[in-house]
Ligand binder design. Structure first.
Ligand code: ZN
Length: 287
């Protein structure tokens, strides 16, 4: 549910690396050379657009089986490109939590033997079996957790607006709601309230929420909401005001100290797990 934006430096490095890969069985021609000769007319865009174009600009041409097989021999994600692509992501991207769910950390870490390992898997947003020429497209790739990728999404479609789309606005359209009255906060256990993602006025993200089972997975994290409610009971606005005076901080700073530093910052959502949940519930609690 976090928007991904790949930097210009990453996009350039990605194109240079992938387009120049050579094929032994094709007289050492590069991917770019082969694509220009054999596939550009069929796909209708140049290789730069295909590899680095924004998600919503990627072509969606339905190919017959013979054409698909021909493309699969060149756009070989698993056998030829996976390691290069993975290395490029490691080098260029600052990865913290899953871009689909914001539940798990998927960061890079160093082993005792100084090897760099990744906590993420790269998902092909549009499935590469049906559209094999999208197997290497940067904006069709997204670092996500194992549960999102392999246990839930698999080959499913999660809708047109995805975290690599320029138009992805999940955070503003969809909010976590508990349906509690925030006047008295009479909540003691996880059974005393609901926790659902609700989209206002549209249903663009219906598939996204459904395929990734976000409601069921977040129900497990109701403890976080209870923690926040209990803290809010201890710190009503009058107490926050007092603390701000006492510590010579602004009320906003005091709220951040108490409830988490990502309460008001949307850009940094991907850095910590459950940050959208925390922000939306803060809204309900009048923070
Ligand atoms: Zn995930």
């Amino acid at each position: 549910m976090n928007k991904v934006s790949y930097s210009d430096a990453f996009v350039d490095a990605y194109y240079d690396d992938i387009s120049s890969k050579k094929f032994k069985d094709k007289s050492y021609k590069t991917l770019e050379g082969i694509y220009n000769e054999e596939f550009q007319d069929l796909i209708g865009v140049d290789l730069k657009m295909l590899l680095c174009g924004k998600y919503e600009k990627l072509p969606k041409i339905v190919l017959d089986n013979t054409q698909k097989e021909k493309i699969k021999k060149i756009f070989k994600y698993q056998d030829k490109f996976q390691k290069h692509i993975s290395d490029l992501f490691k080098k260029h991207l600052d990865i913290h939590t899953c871009y689909y769910c914001n539940i798990d950390f998927i960061n890079i870490f160093k082993t005792r033997n100084k090897k760099i390992l990744t906590g993420y898997t790269l998902d092909h947003i549009t499935n590469k079996a049906q559209y094999p020429y999208l197997a290497l497209s940067l904006y069709n790739l997204i670092p996500v957790c194992y549960i999102c990728n392999s246990k839930l999404k698999k080959e499913h479609n999660i809708g047109e607006s995805v975290p690599t789309s320029s138009t992805f606005d999940f955070d503003t359209k969809v909010k976590f709601k508990t349906f509690m009255s925030n006047e008295n906060l009479q909540i003691a256990t996880e059974n005393d309230f609901g926790l659902l993602l609700k989209e206002d006025f549209t249903d663009i993200y219906d598939k996204y929420i459904g395929v990734l089972e976000l409601d069921g997975r977040y129900a497990y994290h109701k403890y976080k909401v209870i923690e926040m409610i209990n803290k809010r009971k201890e710190y009503p606005d009058s107490r926050i005001k007092e603390l701000a005076k006492l510590t010579e901080k602004t009320e906003e700073e005091v709220k951040q100290d108490l409830f988490g530093e990502y309460l008001f910052e949307n850009d940094d959502f991907h850095k910590r797990p459950l940050s959208k949940l925390i922000k939306d519930i803060s809204g309900e609690l009048g923070l």
